[in-house]
Design a protein around this ligand. Sequence first.
Ligand code: ADP
Length: 481
Amino acid sequence: MKVAFLASEVMPYAKTGGLADVAGALPKFLARLGAEVRVFMPLYREVRKKNLPLERVIVSASVEMGGAKLAYGVFTHRADGVTLFFIDRPEFFDRDCLYGTSAGDYPDNAERFAFFSRAALETMRAVGFSPDILHGHDWQSALVFAYLRHVYAGDPFFARTRTMFTIHNLAYQGLFDEEILGRIGLPASLFNMNDLEFYGQVNALKAGILYSTAVTTVSPRYSREIQTPDFGCGLDGLLRSRSAVLHGILNGVDYRDWDPATDRLIPRNYGPGDLPGKTICRNGLAALFGLAAPADLPIAGMVTRLAGQKGLDIVCDALDDLLGLGLRLVILGTGDQKIQDFLLAAQKKCPDRIGLKIAFDERIAHTIYAGSDIFLIPSRYEPCGLTQMYAMKYGTVPVVRATGGLDDSVQEFDPRAGTGNGFKFVEAEPGPLVETAGRAAASFKKSAEWRRLVGNAMAADFSWERSASAYLELYKKLASA
Ligand code: ADP
């Protein structure tokens, strides 16, 4: 089974969120199951800075897009049974950020990622890799399906190729003006509502939903939610029309990167049988953020984009009441300026009860997963969510809103039966968040009950093996149809 995997971010090379974790791990696990996987991603500045031993495979090639000839090179790198191809065009990718700065998205994102798709297809041809399955992710890789359908139709090199499109977040659709079609070398006739037009703009994500053989999303519940007007971001009708080929496969965790027993980024390794190690991590976290953290008051952590999706506004509204419960709060995140300002001001007022770091920092993220007692995820919607799964492995109990993958992966704790691994609430409001965090805080005070809950959380198994097998099954079904 030959699989070409297109993603705009891949761990450990470049990351802004969960897509990178998935695109870094899933190919490795597919390779272990015997698939031959080639991953294609842009050669960003962030990748360059890592000084990897990259091998140049294409010195200079070009694709024609909208009358212009765009030159590029290709580098390759092999790790964990997976070969990566980095598409190198400095004008597009040698920049500080992946998609844009705090001032907004890069204005040429359509051209950048359309070019990435075209160059990836041409690289497959150049290296003789004719895929059985081409698997693209999110809007940045969705235009590849438009090219296959409308530019490469009838090309014998891709005649056998079946395609899969995975939606990691339906809210990010890649919307551009109509005239972009000409500039990225797609027919102007696609600007109609049955193709790429969406309320007067071109919608890149639609290309993935419409022109792929199968569509997947990253949890079973989210695959159902996005077919409803509340979660469909205007595309629920289209998604319902594709429901026969729309699947939800829960993401996994790569426990080689996310295991407190082996994690090199935390103060002390520990496991289910060695919880004093977790206390050392807790003390380390409190010291790092200058918190007064008595042993009977839980530290609640968050590692998150500071965005409305993640329910940060709910946390801001609930802040006084959360502190009123005695919680210590530690937040690591980047994003929305208004949320940042609010949190910075709150932290200044209560420096011994709120820890805040506005940054994207892998080490601090691991330190928070390990050192917190509770992990807050009040998302308004959550396609899968990885942070609750990481938190559980570190014995940090999730308090989540029951939506998408959060609902699929967290089971409500029942103290009498001793079952469940976290706490859930339904309404996206401060009241239910505070009430549920309060239940967690009360449970934290009962040490036998809490030990049981922490044990349950650490025992939850979200390893990639199961999810990778589900993808492989689906690939096989598509390839043989
Ligand atoms: P999303 O992709 O919607 O942001 P996920 O829960 O799927 O949310 O994945 C988030 C990933 O990004 C996790 O690996 C999390 O640890 C990481 N992350 C989020 N914010 C930060 C940050 N400020 N610093 C380090 N890692 C972060």
